[in-house]
Design a protein around this ligand. Structure first.
Ligand SMILES: *[C@@H]1O[C@H](CO)[C@@H](O)[C@H](O)[C@H]1NC(C)=O
Ligand SMILES: *[C@@H]1O[C@H](CO)[C@@H](O)[C@H](O)[C@H]1NC(C)=O
Ligand SMILES: *[C@@H]1O[C@H](CO)[C@@H](O)[C@H](O)[C@H]1NC(C)=O
Length: 373
């Protein structure tokens, strides 16, 4: 994997309200620069509830031995239609479902304004049963996979419109506004407060050679997005931790993963303790802690913490990447989570001992853009 890289945007406003309109749109010869999709998406296979209210004259099942089936690495033992395992990554349930294709419409953008609707014919996805939606927000009909496999949405959209192979995610920390995912070139004019050259940081994506996707996929690499975090600093000081946990071992354990499945960042126990202790040491001499609210272990009264341009005034947390001069900083705006009107917690949770991935950077990440192959 040569030059795949990942960019990080420090500030990301969530002022956008875009819609995916489930009707057909005429594309003619129009080629969009970028596509936008609202809300939160996860790594995994794009799965849609096909049991309830799914009536479509354009739906086509993917027949055994078709190109679609091989593209998706479907399960062996095909009977008429090839099967995949759609899953709900929030509740960690998965089942078997048929691979199919349909036309999907979504909004394009020219960089400054929401543009016309474009339709993607033959988008591959897995049809799942309604029960897979349990645990998701009401009204949700499926989960969109953003993984780095060929049937991930980024790859399918890029192929459909010859878009640059990149996408950006901006998640909202408030339930009042939705996040946004932009496929293709980042329309920087949508983010007027970003000084592009100053705030983009690049780091290579790395491959975890071992998939988590169950027995069928043994020998496959993970479709997750891994980055090489070499150390962690709190308030500019290196936190002492077992650095071998930061590397991916040959069984696929360890390392740092970016995922929107968790709403906050999850750290292996010893890393969690080290980071939290360093953080508390910097904050607590002037600010008493209050009773913790699970899953967080470190909470403060928000009345005692000031607010700055980059969120609450707490020590910054740097994930140091490929070199000392490349780091990803979480300021208060991203590291702190309100659990009630007046209680603010450090948005990190304890992932237990020997989790599969040592650091899972969750939904409280600053906005990011991923450039893949
Ligand atoms: C194939 O699918 C049909 C219809 O769903 C079913 O009746 C049949 O038993 C299946 N055959 C195998 C070998 O699973
Ligand atoms: C990456 O993160 C996700 C989401 O938390 C997790 O389920 C997955 O197992 C992680 N690791 C790999 C190897 O994909
Ligand atoms: C550091 O982590 C590795 C990987 O989990 C483990 O094998 C090793 O024993 C740990 N070292 C210490 C000093 O805890």
């Amino acid at each position: 994997m040569a030059s795949s890289s990942f960019h990080c945007l420090l500030f990301c406003s969530s002022l956008f309200h875009f819609f995916v309109v489930p009707s057909l749109a005429k594309t003619a010869s129009f080629r969009p620069k970028a596509l936008v999709l609202p809300s939160i998406l996860v790594v995994g296979t794009f799965g849609v509830d096909c049991e309830k209210d799914y009536i479509s004259s354009t739906y086509k099942p993917a027949r055994c031995n078709s190109a679609q089936c091989s593209l998706s690495n479907s399960q062996p033992g095909c009977n008429n239609t090839c099967a995949l395992s759609p899953g709900n990554t929030i509740t960690r349930t998965s089942t078997s479902g048929d691979l199919g294709q349909d036309t999907v419409s979504l909004q394009s953008t020219d960089g400054s304004n929401p543009g016309r609707l474009v339709s993607v014919p033959n988008l591959l996805f897995t049809c799942g049963p309604t029960f897979l939606l349990e645990g998701l927000a009401s009204g949700v009909k499926g989960m969109a996979g953003l993984g780095r496999d060929k049937i991930g949405l980024p790859s399918q959209f890029a192929s459909a419109f010859s878009l640059p192979r990149k996408f950006a995610i901006c998640l909202s920390s408030s339930s009042k506004s939705s996040g946004v995912v932009i496929f293709g070139d980042m329309p920087y004019t949508l983010f007027p407060n970003i000084k592009v050259s100053k705030s983009l940081t690049f780091t290579p994506l790395i491959i975890n050679p071992v998939s988590t996707a169950g027995a069928y996929f043994q020998g496959e690499p993970s479709v997750g997005y891994f980055i090489n975090v070499k150390s962690i600093k709190v308030y500019g000081k290196v936190v002492a931790l077992n650095t071998s946990l930061l590397a991916i071992d040959n069984e696929g354990y360890g390392g740092t993963n970016i995922s929107t499945v968790n709403p906050y960042t999850v750290l292996e126990t010893s890393i969690y303790n080290a980071v939290v202790n360093a953080f508390v040491k910097e904050v607590a001499y002037k600010t008493p802690r209050v009773k913790a609210v699970a899953p967080f272990g470190t909470c403060f009264s928000s009345k005692n913490i000031g607010v700055t341009r980059v969120g609450h005034s707490v020590p910054s947390i740097d994930l140091v990447l490929q070199s000392e001069s490349v780091y990803w900083t979480m300021f208060g705006a991203n590291s702190m989570v309100y659990v009630s009107n007046d209680v603010l917690c450090l948005g990190f949770a304890d992932g237990g001992e020997r989790p599969r991935t040592s650091i899972v950077i969750g939904g409280n990440l600053p906005g990011i853009m991923i450039v893949y192959q």
